[in-house]
Write a protein that binds this ligand. Structure first.
Ligand code: PGA
Length: 302
């Protein structure tokens, strides 16, 4: 594990973070058993969460220029959002401020990544504190491109998720299997391991501020979208896993996005599936008109 992240300081950081997280988990578990009031607090808090609104994310990845991004913002602002939908656009870091000042509600912004802990001597990174300071409410973590290209492990993504949430930044947490893993019949096993690493780090209450994005790697940027049935099957499996391993309340509230070649032509059918609560869109989010259409597919959600 930890290919590319194996320097001593990072190792020390892992050890320290793990210790803090396990201590916190141990203490909160112990006080939950000792105090029933805590339990009802969790239930009420979960009920008061987002209410399960359909949520569409635009992952702009490492694309665009000032010119193209300003054009995209103008198209998004002039498009009509007619559905009841939450929308989160994730521009490249250097453009977030500009995009945030251009986009009008209901558009919110997200970063595509942040560091696993407090800022400092981590060249090229951005800390969750900085996102918070810049009023960036969301961050996408654990995208498969970061897992495969930057060596981010399940455990690292779990730690990042916890750190961002503790800092007050909400998380879109990505999971998903590769083609080889699917063909070997390991789709759910892979997704559950990715979820477990997050669940190991966060509290039950933290799930109020997490969206799960199921993105099969073989469908990302390939034009090969999962069929609505394939996506629904995994989403239902993920929800069941959440129910058995986190809580029934969290499982019923957590929003699960599908991502992987979603476009203006396939979104309506996918949105009808009962466990698909939104989309994380890459390529098609760079086309303003297509993205508006995808956001409005929320009207088909059941
Ligand atoms: P895609 O990307 O829509 O271009 O397949 C989705 C993603 O990577 O989030």
């Amino acid at each position: 594990m930890r290919k590319g992240l194996s320097n001593t300081r990072t190792e020390q950081f892992f050890t320290q973070s793990r210790r803090t997280i396990y201590n916190n988990k141990y203490n909160s578990k112990r006080s939950a058993t000792n105090n029933n009031k805590n339990k009802s607090f969790y239930v009420n808090a979960a009920k008061a969460s987002s209410g399960g609104k359909f949520v569409v994310g635009g992952n702009w990845k490492c694309n665009g220029s000032i010119e193209s991004i300003e054009k995209l913002c103008a198209t998004l602002n002039s498009g009509k959002i007619t559905a009841d939908v939450e929308i989160i656009c994730a521009p490249p870091m250097v453009y977030i401020d500009r995009v945030q000042s251009k986009l009008k509600p209901p558009y919110q912004v997200a970063a595509q990544n942040c560091w696993v802990g407090k800022g400092g001597a981590f060249t090229g990174e951005v800390s969750a504190e900085m996102l918070k300071d810049a009023n960036i409410p969301w961050v996408i973590l654990g995208h498969s491109e970061r897992r495969s290209l930057c060596g981010e492990t399940n455990e690292f993504v779990g730690l990042k998720t916890k750190y961002a949430l503790d800092t007050g930044v909400k998380v879109v947490a990505c999971i998903g299997e590769s083609l080889a893993q699917r063909e070997a019949g390991n789709t759910l096993k892979v997704c559950f391991a990715q979820l477990q690493a997050i669940a190991d780090c966060v509290s039950e209450k933290d799930w109020d501020n997490i969206i799960i994005a199921y993105e099969p790697v073989w469908a990302i940027g390939t034009g090969k979208v999962a069929t609505p049935e394939q996506a629904q099957d995994v989403h239902a499996g993920v929800r069941k896993w959440m129910s058995e391993n986190v809580s029934a309340v969290v499982a019923s509230k957590v929003r699960i996005q599908y991502g992987g070649s979603v476009n203006a032509g396939n979104c309506d059918e996918l949105a009808q599936k009962p466990d698909i609560d939104g989309f994380l869109v890459g390529g098609a989010s760079l086309d303003g008109d297509a993205f508006v259409k995808i956001c409005n597919s929320a009207a088909h959600s059941k």
